[in-house]
Design a protein. Sequence first.
Lengths: 69, 208
Amino acid sequence: MMIPIRCFTCGNLIGDKFVPFQGRVKGGEEPGKVLDELGLKRYCCRRMLISSIDVIDQVLPFYSRKPEL
Amino acid sequence: MKVLEDSGSSVALQLEGIDRSYANAIRRFCIAEVPSMAIDDVVILENSSVLYDEILAHRLGMVPIRTDLERYNLPEECDCGNPLGCHKCRVLFVLDAKGKDKVMTVTSGDLVSEDRDVRPVSESIPLIKLAAGQSVKLEAYARLGRGKEHAKWQPCTVATLTDGKKEGVFILTVESAGGLPAKQVVLKAIELLEKKLKEIQVAVGGPD
């Protein structure tokens, strides 16, 4: 649903790096280089960002505000 | 002994003149015995988000929190005797967020701590996303715990013991999860190992 907070394997904090990672990759940067610069040196942490999709973004549009009475 | 690297978030030590098993005991104490702070109890007052209460609580538990081992006690060692804890063995966090007209991300920075020094390592960890009209209101209690109980209390991510260039030389590398500086994790591990060995010594009937 959302990016996990820690790496499943080693427990390193990755949650706060997903937004900058996506922004930079969508901006045309090389994903590997971005991961290096974010300080993710092990492949367990790197796959967390590469393989994650925030499904919550696809769900939330269906939860529009209820009309206020 | 030599310090090969000490960057705050990770240390590499060259150990010499000690047994491999003793060096490995230090490594294992870094992982399983050194206490660190993590959210453990969550009281959800309101949750109309798309995530279930328990998923939200689990996410909160995973957030690494800056730890002060001097000021806080492990709940089982605290002298308050209160099952709910006291100001010396738990820290209250409050989260109160409401989705405005567009989708908003609630981050670890929105957690309000009762202790200024005990706060999430990073302010920008996404906890949950709220659509317009959705809201989350909760109280979360953080406490000290040990890695052997749950991995969220592990103060280090990676702790390795590798062979050095010569025989009898080992390299201990410890990488911090963020709550404590890596150096402090190692120092605390040694302190706790010594304490445990002392307990064995006393139990066997040796000198105090």
